[in-house]
Write a protein that binds this ligand. Sequence first.
Ligand SMILES: *Cc1c(COP(=O)(O)O)cnc(C)c1O
Length: 472
Amino acid sequence: MARSPQELMRAIPSVDRVLSDKAIARLRARYSEDLIKRMVRLGLEKLREELRNGAAGKADCAMKAVAERVARLLEERVGPRLRTVINATGVIVHTNLGRSPLSKRVADRIAEIACSYSNLEYNLEEGRRGERNAHLRKLMQELTGSEDAIAVNNNAAAVLLALSSLAQAREVVVSRGELIEIGGSFRIPDVMARSGAILREVGTTNRTHPRDYINAINENTALILKVHPSNYRIEGFTREVELEELVAIGRDRGVPTMMDLGSGCLVDLSPFGLERETTVQRVIAADVDVVSFSGDKLLGGPQAGILAGRAELIEKMRANPLARALRMDKLTLAALEATLLEYTSPKGPVDGVPTLAMIMKPREELEAIAETIAAELESALKKRADISIVVGVGRVGGGALPLEDLPGPRVSVQPRNVSAGRLEQALRAGDPPMIVLVKDDAILIDPRTLLPGQPDAVPALVNAAVDRAETI
Ligand SMILES: *Cc1c(COP(=O)(O)O)cnc(C)c1O
């Protein structure tokens, strides 16, 4: 017989009874007494409400159910939210998934510096205050040929700092074809406005000529800026002024040139199909005065923005009060230094820079992984999904540099009893969550962005997700 809400209310244990029950005891290992008390009260309040509107019944009033409710609330309210996920999208520098994963070696350096005092801003030879960017200067000199360098929070901050330091209330000449927006609302004109510099647009969207720059330069011109159009391409009837030409125009007129390079690659990736990416070294060798780039794109390090170039200009940036506001913290500095050091190792940066390892992963290796995953899924899922290997086009980046194609094999899983969308959702709800692309009626698993050890876990995760998707 159904009971009335009033009767059920009486079945609810009191706060004190819940707190003294052993079902709650294990939570005390993880959470403070205060927090547990608060969640018990909140849990019981919610239970009463659910009883009133019929969403809960007698079973929910049992001590075990109440304890579970409290544990769930604690997890929801104060459990860790940031989780590791498996990136099976094939998008290597995936901004939403944290861009570049770091190697264990680099992560160990972060831990080492994090748990100790360090010479972050202390000159050990002279026993007095030092400069945090001094750690990068020599390394960047050797790796890129730059005179000096400064690192800040990210490349957006680097561009802001450079413009604010070099072009306050003065004009910066930029081609209309390079007034870009990078995913996540970084817009060159907006950053320019915030920096206090005055944008001087030249040329047209598809064509900018040397004379456009020359005609725009006047006594109030502080800088010529060239921007890597990371995420779009102008095709057809186009003309851009090459970097060398631009540098010459600036030099003749006493105006420095800056290049916002975006990715900041230190190795030539054209043998791996990435034709559009120049290297920082090449830009410095072209005599550009300042180059800016991200730490966590093709460099494969932590989130950072690096400015490298002529010592006198970098010094102006260092002296800008904004440099303090945008400065990089010691953990990032440890990771950035460790990442750059990987580029000096005899085997090159591949071992210690996962982003580059993914770009350079040989086709045969990708095929072998795809085949193993496909075979295991085939036997695990039997008649519940159609498994095949398709050739897909991976991407280096999502919002930031989506144009570079990296073709390779992908495992296609087409579930028979549920939609691919539902399977994708179930994979996201897995532990760990797995992020995949959906195409037509299948989900695609790209082996390129699976980190070492992850391919072994994939079949079981997909299997469990198909189970869940079919029972929702
Ligand atoms: C990615 C990018 C930026 C922004 O860099 P963040 O490190 O994400 O701040 C700026 N300019 C270009 C050309 C880029 O590609």
